[in-house]
Design a protein around this ligand. Structure first.
Ligand code: GLN
Length: 504
């Protein structure tokens, strides 16, 4: 086999099952790639070569012994550092958790281990998943493999960059307001935010519990379905986990790949994609839409008037929940502990010194905002109003899904922007998620796949949204559109783009 890092997870699974290649070879190829390019990309916060190779060797031995294995057994995966991994440092990109070794695995990690997928390491992210560029990581930014001077999106820039740079065939992300889909869009990869409750949140370091959802970061829609099948399904440890058994999303993707969209009602959301979106991003979106129409889809225009208030509502609800979730980082229970430089060492003063030293500016900004929004006298005006907007957004979705089977929009307003260009302007940073946030507020699933290159030569994404619990529809439609676009482009966007900035 030539370069194993260029194969999709589905292809690797087939080659492994056929015995054409070993998991040790596949895992080593990715570790070699990480060694070659991650000095530039910085997708990983830590790499567990020994653990990954150990599991790979065990999988190879089990396969040789004729054991019945999961189809993805032996296919390596990278995990965002907001997901706890037993025995492996987990920091959520924060100094306050520097060196913290969790005593347990998140449910989704347990499932990766049960499927016997070697875990390559933990990926970089904005601190506590707050951000859209990965520049808020306390450990330095990740760089976009398309152009090392540009951001890879965030908060899960590490996971997206790892798959875009062929350092991992699969990665896990989390999406609270777009952190899987936005990085996918700006790195030319695929990302899925499942229906809220589809993937267990047990063992995710919580940002905003009513919005957080883990999901796949991959290079193809089928690979995303394969990974979703591993990590999804009911978990009694998460009280918001959906009880019903999930269908196979990989099967949905395989069925969709025939590219037939006959009779599909595609709703174009009026409020997402107009003013403020780059012309090149809009053009790529329009071409992808035309491709769907040529394959038999019917376009309907839908209006979701409350979406205009989504960003404002999100930036009250998220900081409110985050300020409460982050209260546990007090210098007593986890990670960093800083004692005051002078004066008495009281619990309160240790807490203040620890949080002052351990949290970055963006985290502090949101804690202050959230605490204020929840304070007596302001609660109804801010948090209460934001929750009402949330209900209106859910109603907009319900009305739109009466008219359309799926909704579509550009995933992000722009392509990857230069590092540093929005760091000093929080509001400009927040605007990156204007198209992705409504799905989190309503709990509906969303998938981003490459729509084409913008006029600056950088990738743009199209977002497909479906009603809650209809994730299978996303995979079917996403795989169909992907197949059609690949025919047009003569192969994946990543392979047909200008050379990746990182050596091939
Ligand atoms: N960029 C958004 C934020 O900063 C989304 C974050 C996320 O999805 N984790 O909150």
């Amino acid at each position: 086999m030539s370069d194993l890092t260029r194969l999709t997870a589905a292809e690797l699974a087939t080659a492994l099952t056929a015995g054409e290649v070993s998991s040790v070879e596949v895992t080593q190829a990715h570790l070699d790639r990480i060694a070659a390019v991650d000095g530039d990309v910085h997708a990983f916060l830590n790499v567990d070569a020994e653990g990954a190779l150990g599991e790979a060797a065990a999988v190879d031995a089990a396969r040789a012994a004729g054991e019945k294995l999961h189809p993805l057994a032996g296919v390596p995966v990278a995990v965002k550092d907001v997901v706890v991994t037993k025995g492996q440092v987990t920091t959520a990109g924060s100094k306050i958790l520097e060196g913290w070794v969790p005593p347990y695995d998140a449910t989704l990690v347990t499932r990766l281990r049960q499927a016997r997928m070697p875990i390559l390491g933990k990926t970089n992210m904005d601190e506590f998943a707050m951000g859209s560029s990965t520049e808020h990581s306390a450990y330095g930014p990740t760089r976009n493999p398309w152009d090392l001077d540009r951001i890879p999106g965030g908060s899960g820039g590490g996971s997206a960059a790892a798959v875009a740079a062929y350092e991992a065939p699969l990665a896990i992300g989390t999406d609270t307001g777009g952190s899987i889909r936005q990085p996918a869009a700006v790195t030319g990869t695929v990302g899925v935010k499942p229906t809220y409750g589809s993937v267990s949140r047990y063992g995710l370091i919580a940002l905003a519990s009513s919005l957080d959802q883990a999901g796949p970061c991959t290079r193809t829609v089928l690979d995303a379905g394969l990974l979703h099948d591993v990590i999804g399904g009911h978990d009694p440890r998460d009280s918001t986990s959906l009880p019903e058994p999930a269908p196979s999303y990989a099967d949905a993707a395989r069925q969709g790949a025939a590219g037939d969209l006959q009779g599909l009602r595609v709703g174009v959301v009026n409020e997402l994609g107009g003013e403020g979106y780059d012309p090149g991003v809009r053009d790529a979106f329009q071409k992808a839409l035309d491709t769907m129409v040529a394959a038999g889809a019917d376009v309907v225009e839908v209006s979701c008037p409350s979406f205009s208030a989504a960003l404002a509502a999100y930036y009250l609800i998220l900081p409110s929940e985050a300020s409460s979730n982050l209260a546990k980082f007090d210098g007593m229970r986890y990670g960093l502990r800083v004692e005051p430089s002078e004066g008495p060492v009281t619990a309160e003063r240790v807490m203040a010194a620890t949080r002052g030293a351990g949290f970055g500016d963006e985290v502090k900004r949101r804690i202050i905002l959230g605490t204020y929004a929840l304070s007596a006298g302001y609660y109804d005006a801010y948090y209460g109003s934001a929750q009402k907007v949330r209900t209106l957004i859910q109603r907009d979705f319900a009305a739109a899904f009466e008219q359309a089977d799926v909704l579509v929009s550009p995933t992000t307003p722009t392509t990857a922007f230069p590092l540093g260009s929005k760091l000093e302007d929080p509001l400009a940073m927040y605007l990156n998620d204007v198209a992705t946030i409504p799905a989190n507020l309503a709990g509906v699933p969303g998938l981003s796949l490459p729509s084409g290159l913008s006029d600056d030569g950088l990738p743009a994404g199209i977002q497909i949204l479906a009603p809650a619990r209809q994730d299978a529809r996303l995979y079917a439609v996403g795989a169909a559109l992907e197949a059609l676009l690949l025919q047009q482009w003569g192969g994946p966007l990543l392979a047909h783009a200008p050379e990746l900035a990182v050596a091939r």
